[in-house]
Design a protein around this ligand. Structure first.
Ligand code: PAF
Length: 292
């Protein structure tokens, strides 16, 4: 595996990987890798001849008072994990390579960025969109893989890629990869390591309560009441606050009070012991007509 941290070396390495027309997949990350990231790497390896992973803790997507300083950084450990997975290229730029002095641009994706995490974390998705656009332009991968755990992020990136023609001439496809979960169902996240054993146990309520809410909604029960019961369950289990627990159109992310015939998604963000956890799950099942 080649580890590079300058744009010049990145271009040389990418050119040499692509020498005989071979394809390249990019897996953008902020490091602190876990099995969820490694699953993205393995899926990327099935989709392209070579895999590049980027590790960059992007300051512009963290708000004031968020965990930018304490966000886990473990480049040597991450690098060893990627090497063991057979990754070809590790792109690990410094903040000054990514944001040179005088950097003045920002990408804002209207609509899909505005609710949910966009409302709870103002400016977050502008930071994500800008850095991902830069990563696409820097690495010029054929495809890119992102986790479905960040469902709204995936929607923001897909919208940006379509609107800004990033899918031509490079990044012909953006792949969403299913969330990898712990044994109790908690979605894997670099932030899970902030949890004490007691809080970690309580956090397992999140996927269970979501599944129960989905069962109620699919059974035709009132959506508002089903979501309120989900919030109550989380607060009762030790969560401090629930930023949102909403049903939405899976593609447009428009919040829903009634079921629709298109794919739906339950999206939740809740805080426990100062750690903000997010999760989302598909909602389908019988439509109201079928139940009548
Ligand atoms: O999902 C992440 O880890 C980050 O938001 C990303 C896509 C690498 C951009 O910094």
């Amino acid at each position: 595996m080649q580890t590079v941290s300058t744009l010049d070396m990145l271009r040389k390495t990418v050119t040499s990987l692509r020498q005989s027309g071979e394809t390249l997949a990019l897996v953008p990350t902020m490091g602190a890798l876990h099995e969820g990231h490694l699953t993205l790497v393995r899926e990327a390896g099935k989709l392209a001849d070579h895999v590049a992973v980027s590790i960059f803790v992007n300051p512009t997507q963290f708000g004031e008072g968020e965990d930018l300083d304490s966000y886990p950084r473990q480049l040597a450990e991450d690098s060893a994990m990627l090497e063991a997975e057979g990754v070809d290229l590790l792109w690990a730029p410094t903040a000054s390579v990514m944001y040179p002095q005088g950097f003045a641009s920002s990408i804002s994706v209207e609509g899909v960025s505005s609710g949910f995490c966009g409302a709870a974390r103002p400016g977050h998705f502008d930071g994500v969109a800008t850095v991902v656009c830069k990563l696409f332009n820097q690495v010029r991968p054929d495809i890119a893989c992102f986790g479905e755990k960040d469902w709204q992020q995936l929607a923001v990136i897909r919208t940006m890629a379509r609107d800004l023609d990033l899918t031509f001439p490079h990044v012909s496809a953006i792949h969403g990869i299913a969330t990898v979960r712990e044994a109790d169902g908690l979605a894997m996240s670099s932030r899970n390591r902030y949890l004490t054993p007691e809080l970690r146990e309580a956090a397992g309520t999140l996927p269970l309560a979501m599944k129960e809410a989905i069962a109620r909604i699919e059974d035709g029960q009132d959506i508002t009441r089903s979501l309120a019961a989900l919030e109550d369950e989380l607060l009762g289990a030790g969560f401090d606050t629930v930023d949102y627990a909403d049903l939405a159109d899976a593609m447009s992310l428009q919040p829903l009070e009634q079921r629709i015939e298109r794919p739906m998604r339950l999206l939740v963000a809740a805080r426990i012991g100062g750690t903000r956890l997010i999760d989302n799950m598909a909602v389908g099942g019988k439509l109201p007509e079928a139940r009548a």
